[in-house]
Design a binder for this molecule. Structure first.
Ligand code: CAA
Length: 283
């Protein structure tokens, strides 16, 4: 594989573009919003600067990485030549299904179509295409340049050749592939989101304050961030949506989002990106 198209230039899309371009792949970054593409490129440059500061890469590596990224405002330009398309658009199944239907028509016959979805069924996305055996989940973690895990999700029809290709590719990125079967929330979010929700319930019930709950999980369980800080980092709207997918997918109210989470989302307090969630931030 030489050319990777990434659809969606948000936090995950720009991180995915960053790591592929850094490893020598041409990246076609597609987003309908010109502004999102500009922001993505400046974020990638900023994150490459962090790596220079740490002495991990040189200024020349930064320039080479950035010159491998091409941005497009239409899928009609960035997709045709790609060997792999990774969809990292907004976490909405209707939008994702539309994208899969469209990219299936444009991509080369041997191109693999992957989704960075955090919880939407890969089998359902695959069923929107005429190549369900070449559709797979490639769930990167945020911040993508730092986190080692790529959760790889097999749809019901994903074939062995596709899984092997994506596992090898993940290793080229110096990340660790963990292969799982399609199920609501896969593994990462099936376990992470109930933990975050439980922390929110404990806060809601007044068992302790946010900082203490986070401190307990950081110091007691050696987590790099406490669950409430992590929820702010991920986005409270994202957490709520994933919990709803778990609740509906398993038809089990144990996954029901905490009232306090719903309240924060309704108030537009979505975490770091809006300047307030369980903590406040300068934006
Ligand atoms: N790009 C590049 N490098 C970055 C970066 C970025 N966006 N963010 C941080 N870094 C680098 C820093 O430069 C630093 O590098 P060195 O190790 O070489 O010094 C390193 O990462 C650590 O960063 P900091 O010193 O700034 O801060 P930290 O030690 O507090 O770590 C963190 C920050 C890596 C985010 C850490 O707090 C952490 O691991 N948090 C948990 C993150 C997590 O759980 N992510 C998964 C979220 S769930 C998800 O993504 C999936 C989903 O579906 C919801």
């Amino acid at each position: 594989m030489k050319i990777i198209a990434v659809i969606g230039a948000g936090t995950m899309g720009n991180g995915i573009a960053h790591v592929f371009a850094q490893k020598g792949f041409q990246v076609n970054l597609v987003d309908t919003q010109e502004k999102a593409l500009e922001k993505a490129l400046s974020t990638i440059a900023k994150n490459l600067d962090r790596q220079i500061k740490k002495g991990n890469i040189t200024e020349e590596d930064k320039i080479n990485t950035l010159t491998r990224i091409f941005s497009y405002t239409s899928v009609h330009k960035g997709i045709q030549e790609a060997d792999l398309v990774i969809e990292a658009a907004t976490e909405n199944s209707v939008i994702k299904k539309e994208i899969f239907t469209e990219i299936d028509k444009l991509a080369k016959p041997d191109c693999i179509l992957a989704s960075n979805t955090s919880s939407i069924s890969i089998t359902q996305l695959a069923n929107c295409t005429n190549r369900p055996h070449q559709v797979i989940g490639m769930h990167f973690m945020n911040p993508v340049p730092v986190m080692k895990l790529v959760e790889i999700i097999n749809g019901q029809q994903t074939d062995t050749k596709t899984i092997e290709a994506i596992v090898s590719l993940t290793k080229i990125l110096e990340k660790v592939p963990c292969v799982v079967n399609d199920a609501p929330g896969f593994i990462a979010n099936r376990i992470l989101m109930p933990m975050i929700n439980e922390a929110i319930l404990a806060l809601q019930e007044g068992i302790s304050d946010a900082a203490t709950i986070d401190e307990i999980m950081k110091l007691g369980m050696a987590h790099p961030m406490g669950p409430l800080q992590l929820a702010d980092y991920i986005g409270l709207d994202v957490c709520k949506n994933i919990l709803v997918i778990l609740q509906d997918g398993f038809n089990n109210t144990k996954y029901a989002p905490a009232d306090l989470l719903i309240q924060k989302v309704n108030e537009g307090k979505l975490g770091i990106k809006t300047g307030e969630g369980f903590y406040t931030y300068s934006v």
